[in-house]
Design a protein around this ligand. Structure first.
Ligand code: IPD
Ligand code: CA
Ligand code: CA
Length: 264
């Protein structure tokens, strides 16, 4: 059992439920899994559904709405759990151990709890608004690197790149500007973990287009509680539904990051 640092009974109960959901993910990771295609590139496995159903069943006692990827109907965030049962499904389907359960709890117009759990690597990132961010039993902070050329930057490629040329061009143009100006780029395949890796100082920054609230709601809180910053690609406030591009960083490289992303 991983020691939990935040003293809040409701938080602890939710944390325990996500820990149990992690056992289901681990079972799926070590067995043959049935996989279906939601889109040309977008996969769903029987375990995405199983984990989501398990979380909804266990979390319903908190009397909330659910905004959950595999049973999504509308963006009704009022007192809701925002759930991605498996973030990094392509990794999960290919047995790459970079995949996580992401759960945010939204109350009074903001996310107040964030949980991102990779049970394969036994890494549980979590935060409560105003109380800092943690990886297992350790408080985490963003890195102190303030030089973009020394910065390790993460990104992701939208599933829409298969059919939307504008999105594909966005990816290529941004890579062309970012890659020569940073230390290197990583595309590990889980936006929730990308945000947590910025939060824990492994990366200096992360950007991606077309993400959904369940990809980022928990990770954003974890990053902000670790001292990081999130905006859109114009440096404006990131809106979970409306914004096209997320830009997340340790804060120190943010201005430069936005400047480079806006090069023509
Ligand atoms: C995906 C991952 C990936 C990102 C995609 C997401 P999924 O979520 O976060 O890193 O590049 O845009 O959709 O499909 O594995 O839940
Ligand atoms: Ca996702
Ligand atoms: Ca998912």
């Amino acid at each position: 059992m991983i020691p939990l640092q935040i003293v809040d009974e409701r938080f602890k109960k939710i944390y325990e439920i996500i820990l149990s959901a992690g056992e289901i993910l681990k079972e799926g990771f070590s067995s043959a899994v049935s996989i279906q295609e939601k889109g040309i590139k977008d996969l769903v496995t029987e375990y995405d559904i199983r984990i989501e159903n398990f979380l909804k069943e266990k979390l319903k006692k908190f009397n909330t709405n659910f905004v959950a990827e595999e049973s999504f109907l509308t963006y009704d965030f009022s007192n809701s759990f925002i759930i991605d049962p498996i973030d990094g499904t392509t990794n999960f389907a290919h047995k790459i151990p970079h995949t996580a359960i992401s759960v945010a709890y939204y109350e009074n117009n903001k996310v107040i709890y964030g949980f991102v759990y990779n049970p394969i690597l036994n890494e549980f990132f979590y935060a409560k608004k105003g109380e800092g961010a943690y990886l297992n039993d350790k408080k985490i902070n963003v890195s102190k690197i303030d030089n973009f050329q020394r910065s390790l930057i993460a990104t992701g490629f939208p599933y829409s790149s298969a059919e939307n040329e504008e999105d594909l061009n966005f990816v290529i143009t941004k890579l062309k500007h970012i890659l020569p100006r940073c230390q290197d780029i990583r595309r590990l395949g889980s936006a929730a973990l990308d945000l947590c890796y910025v939060a824990s100082g492994r990366y200096e920054g992360f950007y991606e287009i077309n993400l959904k609230p369940w990809d980022v709601a928990a990770g954003i809180l974890i990053l902000e509680e670790a001292g990081g910053i999130v905006s859109d690609n114009f440096g404006e406030e990131y809106d979970l539904i409306e914004s096209k591009c997320i830009v997340a960083s340790n804060g120190l490289i943010h201005e430069k990051f936005i400047e480079i992303l806006n090069k023509k």
